[in-house]
Design a protein. Structure first.
Length: 747
């Protein structure tokens, strides 16, 4: 049952004030009062947990945070706080596991920075947590932070060796050496693992400065710069990188095979011309070599050079053969995408460009689970673009070709993929298309990533400034406006935020994207359930789409809102409108009954008893077993002095209880009514009867005694005599007195 919102707000404010003044006992008391009003409110639990923690009541704090997590599974804060409590209590292993649980919540929210921070906390408390070190190494590698990734791989190597899993340890160290082939500690550790020697743990010199702190707190500008510097790659993108790799593979193949005939000589000449940038001559030499030397590396280089020379049709055949070599497939896919893009074949171009993105992104995956996750993401992206117009695909392909070039393309791929995942989560397929076709989409992706980063770190001023900057060059990209509204809400500018959300939703409605509009309005109503304008906008949208069942629910919610705001006339009118809609769409009787109950409640509040009575009678016609309506009719008849009708209604309700064998409910109802209407003989008589049935003789005598007095006062002597006989039959204390009284009455 809903509590008192005003009392809740007062208690929460009192708790906040006490917490601000560090009066933790007072804060505990205040937040406890708030929970009395709304026992399932997660926010009140979180504040109460903090106050208990500060007051030194660690066991109680842990219980409260655990309950908060049960109420809000997707909120990482209760888990994070309970981990801190466990750590304070010295339960370090449990605390470490809780930090891992927190990291998983953040990971599900695509917040890698905070996930990494909590994994670090877990390894600080439990250094041998192998699974967490693996996730950290993988995360750092994906972020482009080679030094921290190497350190975590070395920790893995050390822990695997201690656990007797030497092969796994060797694989971890080999992964570190892929990042830095000359890393001295990694080389020494690998040699020790291979020879069965003793492995030394990573030294403090191996751990990058500052890594003992949670990376969730690093500076956003430093993070971007660091990644760009580390991630410097071939400016032509995957095709350029693959061509460099292919040069080495092809040279080794020609030399090691001893194949220095005309084809081999032409291949060596072609490679030298390619290195010197003489692409046209290199193409001629490769074409001479390919007749006698069929190798994927040669095909990759020839196809790549043909793409760069705008000879797309010829390039496609060669690049198709190069795809078979795993080391070259990202570049081959990239080249094929570029070739089809040059020909204006947008559908084929988008498919190959996405495959190139997936190949690059997958190259950093540590295990099959992650590879499968990435496969799902890119598969979903392919499905999203299927069936789009050539115009849309052309804009999207231009976006992809720009993404796959420059020195930082490797880092931008992961960043863009995360942004597309977020767009898919928030806006569905259309949200993905929006961000891909928007003008300046490259710059927009970076801006949105910065905004989200600032929001996670609570840097709201920087977040709103970046949002305004993004709006200047992409004014029609609505997800940025949604983020602006979120920032306003977190800054306490609630009215402005709600107005912003409403404008965004209405813009989506104008665009015909009603599902996205409904989603936004629904989220806003959770934040501001008493906002009439938002309710009205959502109702308009649902009616326009003829989603009458949902519109009916919103009308009921709107009527409830008017009721909470004290506008009972508008509340009743809206309930009446909801009832008419319910009749039109043949809503279930349960829903109609629900509406009628609320109408009757308002009529009672306004002391319009007859209207309320008629409505309750209508409810019983719809649902003969509606106990609340029957109970209210009993009270209304008593209040109007209609004892006969009241008792008639009472017997009907008692019959329902008896049918369900709910004897205790019969007794409780009669006790309640006797307390309210103590002078009604019918109530006393029925309560005495149920007490006799339950063998509660003493209570039965009390009721019969009171009944007898009422009958005597009313001059009902025969009835009083009957009542006294019933008392005598129970053989109470003072039996002789009852017998004398009966004799006086002529009994």
């Amino acid at each position: 049952m809903a509590g008192n919102r005003e009392a809740y707000e007062q208690a929460m404010n009192a708790g906040h004030n006490a917490a601000w003044e560090q009066k933790w006992s007072e804060a505990v008391s205040a937040y406890g009062r708030a929970l009395q009003q709304f026992p399932t409110d997660p926010d009140a639990h979180i504040h109460l947990g903090l106050s208990l923690f500060k007051a030194g009541r660690l066991d109680d704090a842990l219980k409260v945070y655990t309950r908060a997590h049960q109420l809000s599974k997707d909120d990482p804060i209760p888990l994070e706080k309970s981990a801190e409590v466990l750590e304070m209590m010295g339960r370090l292993r449990e605390a470490a596991q809780q930090y891992v649980n927190v990291a998983e919540v953040y990971l599900n929210q695509h917040d890698l920075d905070k996930a990494v921070g909590n994994w670090k906390q877990a390894t600080r408390l439990s250094p041998g947590f192998i699974g967490v070190h693996a996730k950290l190494a993988q995360a750092y590698e994906r972020m482009g932070d080679k030094k921290r990734a190497i350190y975590e791989y070395l920790v893995l190597g050390f822990n695997f060796q201690r656990a007797g899993e030497t092969e796994k340890g060797m694989r971890a160290v080999q992964r570190a050496l892929k990042l830095d082939r000359k890393h001295p500690h990694a080389l020494n550790m690998l040699r020790a693992l291979e020879t069965g020697g003793q492995v030394a743990p990573p030294t403090p010199e191996d751990e990058p400065a500052g890594s003992k702190d949670s990376v969730a707190n690093f500076d956003p500008f430093g993070d971007f710069d660091d990644r760009q510097a580390i991630g410097a790659a071939h400016p032509l993108g995957p095709i350029g990188e693959a061509m460099d790799t292919a040069l080495g593979i092809l040279a080794s193949y020609v030399v090691e095979s001893g194949n220095l005939d005309a084809a081999g000589s032409s291949a060596l000449l072609a490679m030298e011309l390619q290195r010197q940038g003489q692409n046209a001559d290199a193409i001629d030499a490769y074409q001479k070599a390919e007749n006698g030397l069929r190798h994927p590396a040669l095909q990759l280089n020839l196809g790549g050079l043909l793409v760069l020379a705008d000879q797309a049709q010829d390039a496609i055949v060669h690049l198709g053969e190069a795809v078979m070599l795993p080391e070259l497939n990202a570049g081959a896919f990239h080249g094929l995408g570029l070739a089809y893009y040059q020909q204006g074949k947008q559908k084929q171009a988008s498919r190959y460009l996405i495959q190139s993105l997936q190949a690059v992104d997958t190259a950093l995956a540590m295990d099959m689970d992650e590879i499968q996750d990435l496969s799902d993401v890119y598969g979903q992206l392919l499905a999203t673009l299927d069936g789009r117009t050539d115009e849309s695909l052309g804009a999207i392909n231009k976006r992809f070709t720009n993404l796959l070039k420059g020195k930082d393309w490797k880092q931008r791929i992961a960043e863009t993929r995360r942004q597309l995942q977020e767009a898919m989560r928030v806006g569905g397929e259309q949200g993905v298309v929006d961000i891909l076709v928007t003008t300046h989409s490259d710059k927009l992706t970076q801006s949105v990533s910065l905004i989200d980063r600032y929001l996670r770190q609570g840097m709201l001023t920087l977040a709103i400034e970046e949002a305004h900057y993004a709006v200047e060059y992409a004014p029609n990209y609505l997800p940025v406006h949604v983020r602006m509204a979120e920032i306003m809400m977190r800054e306490g500018r609630v009215r402005q935020a709600i107005n912003k959300y409403n404008i965004v939703a209405r813009t989506y409605m104008v665009r015909g994207e009603n599902d996205r509009a409904a989603s936004i309005l629904g989220e806003v109503l959770e934040m501001a359930p008493l906002d009439i304008e938002i309710h009205t906008s959502l109702i308009e949208l649902l009616e326009a789409e003829e989603r009458w069942d949902e519109a009916l629910e919103q009308y009921i919610d709107l009527a409830d809102t008017y009721h909470q705001l004290g506008d009972f006339d508008m509340s009743r009118n809206t309930y009446n409108l909801a009832e008419r809609i319910a009749s039109r769409v043949n809503a279930s009787p349960d829903k109609v009954v629900r509406i009628k109950h609320r109408v009757a409640d308002i009529d009672q509040m306004r002391l319009d008893i007859r209207k309320a009575q008629r409505t309750y009678e209508e409810i019983i016609q719809l649902d003969p077993e509606d106990e609340r309506a029957r109970r209210m009719l009993i009270d209304l008849n008593f209040r109007q002095g209609n004892q006969v009708d009241a008792i008639k209604r009472l017997d009907q309700l008692l019959g329902l209880f008896a049918k369900k064998k709910q004897v205790n409910r019969i007794m409780q109802l009669l006790e309640e009514l006797v307390a309210m209407y103590p002078n009604d003989t019918g109530l006393r008589s029925r309560l005495a009867a149920i007490y006799r049935q339950l063998n509660r003789k003493k209570d039965a005598v009390i009721q019969l005694d009171a009944l007898g007095e009422l009958q005597l006062e009313a001059g009902m002597h025969e009835e009083a005599a009957t009542t006294i006989r019933q008392i005598i039959a129970l053989e109470p204390d003072g039996l002789d007195d009852y017998k004398r009284l009966l004799a006086q009455l002529g009994g």
